[in-house]
Every structure is written in C-alpha cells, then in structure tokens.
Design a protein. Structure first.
Length: 319
C-alpha cells in the first residue's frame, strides 16, 4: 500500500510541478520579450517533457535503467497511440504538409537513432552527447529557418503552443518563483514515483522495464495529454499534433541523451526484443495517418487508441 501511495503522490507531484514549471517559464520568457515562436519550440517542449526528464534521471542514478529507458520508449508510444488518438477522437486533426514534412521526418530520424542505441545493448556518454548535439542542431536549424522564412505554418504552430499554456501572465519575480517551485515539486514527485515503482516491481515480481513502460510512462505523459486535449477543444488540432511531435523529439534526443550523458546504462533485453519495434511501428503509423488526406480522422484516432490497448495487453501477457 505504501508503494502505491508513493506512486500516486509522485504522479500528482509530476503533473502539478510540470504544469507550474511550464506556466512560470513561459510567463518569465514573455517578460523578457522572447517571441512566442521560440517559447513554443523550446520552453513548451522542454516544459511538458520535464516529468520524463526528471524521472528518467532519477531512475538512472538509482540504478533502475529499465525505468529510465522504459519511460522514454513508453512515453513516445503513448504520445502517438494514446494522446494523439484521444485528441483525434475529440475532433479530427488537420495536418499542414509543410510543417509536418520537417518535424515528422525528425521524429522518424530520432526514432531510428533510438533504435540504434537500444540495439547496441550498452550506451555510454558518447551516445548521449550525440543525441544532445542532434537536438541542439534541430532546434538551431528550426529557429534559423523559421526566422528566415517568417510566418510559415510551422511558426504558427509554435506560437499557438505558447499561447495554449493556461494561466495569467505575472511579473518576472513571481513567474520565476512559480517555475522554481514547479521544478522542486517535479523533482520530489519523480523521486516518489521511482521509489514506489521499484517497490511495486519487486513485490509483484514484475520487471522494472514493464513498470517504466506503463505506469511511469503514462504518468509522466499527463502534461502532454492535458495540453493536447485543451488545444483540440479550442479548435487548435495542429497544436495537439505539434505537441506530440515535439515531445517525441525531445524525449529521445533530449531526455534520453541527457540521461545517458549523466549515467551510462545497459538496455534491458526485453525492450530491445519487443518495445523498440513497437515504437518504430508507431512512428510509421503516425506518418501514414498524417499523410492520408493530411488529416487524422476520428476513425484513425479510434484505431490508435485500440492499438495502445492491444499493446498494453501484449505487455501484460508477457509477464
């Protein structure tokens, strides 16, 4: 029971802390006069992925590589199948071809890099540094190309992501305090979540990778789910899609890269055998659905949600 309570407190801390961190950081960035496009591309992407980052770092430093890697792989699978699926069920999502070609291609490329890292079996700091450099290159190129082109559909999506962050704007001091408070809550939430998840895995005879792929991954993805639902209900489906694309890129290149850079790890064999291939399949499915009439329909959204249910069922039957 105490382990379950730790997980619950940890998940609540991650959701509350992550939301505070995003709100405070975005408000502070606006006070500094940073453009909405830059805010949407960087702060919103990093902010909504902060629960995954802190949780994976905490797990890796605690020696729980299964939770650390499972969190990243499971979150990306859930982002496409569950979060995008639920968003499309609420309302069909229009896809801008120009905006998707670049970011969709980067999602596929980052997924292939993740596949390569997982198949290596043991990843060191050089791999982590390479992933982080790839993220910095992507962000730098995106900012340069959007400022050069000006007013592109992708830039509009980034600006909408910044505007989609709820909450009133406050002065700089209050904004920084909110962001700092959110970071502290997120760190403690991650610590509770990892401790509870490890305890549950040990008592139930489950692998840490399975816990990371399910409970931890779903819990740390709650900020993306909330952001996507809010965006779709406002009629801004492109923001929901951009949120999923950006989160998947940040999760692999940023979170996995930083985690490996801090703490080299051995990849659990079960993830290499099964889950990484599911991740690759979801990336291809995302591209196929997005390009089919450049709209993700309710029917396709329903298929994605059912596919996620089938994936969870497959995981449970393996135990």
């Amino acid at each position: 029971m105490s382990a379950i309570l730790l997980v619950i407190f940890g998940l609540v801390g991650l959701i509350v802390g992550g939301e505070m961190l995003v709100r405070g950081a975005v408000s502070a960035a606006k006070s500094f006069g940073i453009s909405p496009m830059v805010i949407g591309l960087t702060l919103v992407g990093f902010g909504t992925s902060s629960p995954e980052l802190v949780t994976s770092l905490q797990a890796a430093l605690s020696g729980s590589s299964g939770i650390a890697i499972g969190n990243v792989v499971g979150s990306n699978i859930g982002n496409v199948l569950l979060i995008l699926g639920v968003a499309a069920l609420i309302a069909p999502i229009s896809v801008d071809p120009k905006a998707f070609r670049r970011d969709g291609a980067v999602v596929v490329l980052s997924t292939l890099l993740c596949l390569g890292a997982v198949l290596l079996g043991e990843v060191g700091r050089l791999i982590g540094a390479g992933l982080v450099v790839a993220l910095a290159t992507y962000l730098g190129f995106t900012l340069w190309s959007e400022r050069r082109s000006g007013g592109t559909p992708a830039a509009t999506v980034y600006e909408s992501e910044a505007d989609a962050v709820p909450g009133p704007e406050t002065n700089l001091g209050v904004s920084l305090l909110i962001a700092l408070g959110g970071l502290v809550i997120t760190i403690f939430g991650a610590r509770f979540l990892v401790s509870g998840a490890v305890a549950i895995a040990q008592s139930a005879g489950l692998s840490e990778a399975l816990i990371g792929l399910t409970i931890v991954a779903i819990g740390t993805s709650m900020p993306e789910l909330v952001t996507s639902i809010i965006a779709v209900r406002k009629g801004e489906g492109s923001v929901a899609l951009g949120n999923v694309l950006g989160s998947n890129i940040f999760n692999i290149l940023g979170i996995l890269g930083i985690t490996i850079l801090v703490q080299p790890m051995v990849i659990p064999s079960e993830i290499a055998r099964f889950d990484i291939w599911i991740l690759c399949a979801t990336a291809l499915l995302l591209v196929a659905f997005a390009r089919s009439g450049w709209t993700i329909s309710r029917r396709e959204g329903g298929f994605l949600v059912l596919a996620y249910a089938a994936y969870l069922a497959a995981l449970l039957t393996q135990t």
